[in-house]
Design a protein around this ligand. Structure first.
Ligand code: CO
Length: 222
């Protein structure tokens, strides 16, 4: 990344409350110039084929990094792209996406350099968020042998980001929402991706699942 680009991203002092509303006017003008009926068409409803579960990090916007437009991806974001079974927000989004919108793919997208994962790997206290980060520590414990054996800190963090995505894909599979879709013969695949902030490249973790066959028996619903 050249120094100039870096400076632009890190210097957000030009972003103000007013500039956002000015930006909206510009967006409307540019959009209508390209397609005078854009907003009428978009207001008619949505039929996105994909649910994205990603990190809240400002540098990982689902549409931009997949070259998609509004209406094409249904999005849920939280710190470190977690799928936690008691999270009513995530469950409501998942339920609506699978059972009403009938999305065909659910993608958990993590990213290297994730602050949530890095914080969870430390022993520092951060306050209330520690209760959220503990779910990430649980992922670490599952893979502690492999992770502890990695001497390079960045390499260990990167691998942990990957494990966190893989476990959260698995968490998706454990939900009654996903399993009922599979039991009903609804076409639905879950996937895990990791995005690189430094290259822009998305890596497929190759943990895609289309049914519950791969799961430990105790998690399988009938
Ligand atoms: Co993150």
């Amino acid at each position: 990344m050249c120094a100039k680009t870096k400076k632009i991203i890190h210097d957000t002092s030009h972003i103000t409350y007013e500039s956002l509303l000015e930006g909206n006017k510009q967006f409307i003008e540019d959009t209508l110039n390209e397609d005078p009926h854009y907003f009428e068409k978009l207001a008619n409803g949505q039929k996105p084929p994909v649910l994205w579960i990603g990190c809240a990090d400002s540098r990982v916007p689902a549409n931009q990094i997949t070259n998609t437009a509004p209406g094409e991806i249904f999005v849920h974001r939280n710190i470190a792209n977690m799928v936690i079974h008691s999270d009513m927000n995530m469950l409501s989004v998942l339920d609506y996406a699978v059972n009403v919108l009938k999305v065909k793919h659910v993608i958990v997208t993590g990213h290297y350099g994730c602050g949530g994962v890095i914080a969870a790997m430390s022993n520092q206290q951060f306050g209330l968020i520690d209760n959220w980060l503990r779910h990430i520590k649980d992922v670490y414990r599952l893979h502690a042998d492999e992770l502890d054996a990695i001497k390079d800190e960045q390499e260990r963090t990167n691998r942990m980001v990957e494990f966190n995505v893989i476990e959260n894909v698995y968490n998706l599979c454990k939900t009654s929402i996903v399993q009922n879709a599979w039991l009903n013969g609804q076409p639905l695949a879950v996937h895990g991706w990791v995005y690189s902030l430094s290259t822009g490249i998305i890596t497929d973790m190759k943990v895609s699942a289309h049914n519950s066959e791969h799961m430990a028996n105790v998690f399988k619903f009938q």
